[in-house]
Structures are given as C-alpha cells and as structure tokens.
Design a protein around this ligand. Sequence first.
Ligand code: HEC
Length: 104
Amino acid sequence: MWSRRLFYLLAFASLSTTADELRQSKGMELIKAHCVACHSLQLVSQHRMNRNGWLESIRYMQRYHNLWALGPHEEPILDYLVSNYGPDAESQRRRANLPYIVHD
Ligand code: HEC
C-alpha cells in the first residue's frame, strides 16, 4: 500500500518541473561549461557573494587568469551564482550549516 502511494508521489514530483527548476538546471550547465576548466567547483561553491561580488570575481579572473568573455551567458551565470551562492543562500539549504563550516 505504502509503496503504491510512494510511487504516485514520486511520479507526480518528477512531472511537476517548474520554470524555476529549469532555469536552475540551465544555470548549472553553464557553470559546468565555464567555471570548472581551471579550478574545482568547490572553489566556486565555498563563496557567498552578492551579484556585484560575483561580477568582480569574474572580471578579476578575466583580467589576471585568462577567463574568456562569457557573452550572453554572463547574466544567467550571475543569476545562478546569486540565487545559490548569494549572501543569504544558507537559508535555502536543507538544514543550517554547522557553525564551524560556515564561510562568509
Ligand atoms: C581560465 C581559468 C578560469 C576559469 C575558466 C574560471 N576561473 Fe575562477 N579562478 C581562476 C584562478 C586562477 C583562480 C585563483 C585566483 C587567485 O587565487 O588569485 C580563480 C579563483 C576563483 C574564485 C576565488 C576567488 C577568491 O577570492 O578566492 C572564485 C569564487 C572563482 N574563481 C569563481 C569562478 C567562476 C564563477 C567561474 C565561471 C564563471 C570561474 N571561476 C572560471 C581561474 C579561472
């Protein structure tokens, strides 16, 4: 009985992909395409910055580390970074970070 309910629940959950989820997975693809060639994704994900901070990081890498121009991908990349690694990104997590691993 439970397994059948679970089945319907999962089937429904997988069908209801929202526009936001699509936007998120597109952003993730762009990050994978542009941001892991030189360093690990961890170097990106351990930071918390606002939009301007992320833009400055990108400009810095473009200036000193040969990061290429991101062109039309820059905006969606910034959207993704701010919504996942913005200053208040902690609150979107499943649970609060343990105090000793909080980065800010
Ligand atoms: C062409 C190589 C290259 C690419 C591609 C690249 N980076 Fe970097 N990035 C670097 C280097 C080199 C450093 C180390 C800079 C330093 O320590 O001075 C760095 C450092 C960083 C840092 C840490 C900055 C700090 O203050 O410690 C962040 C955050 C970051 N990159 C984010 C990104 C994001 C987001 C992207 C994709 C848009 C990206 N990087 C793509 C070369 C690159």
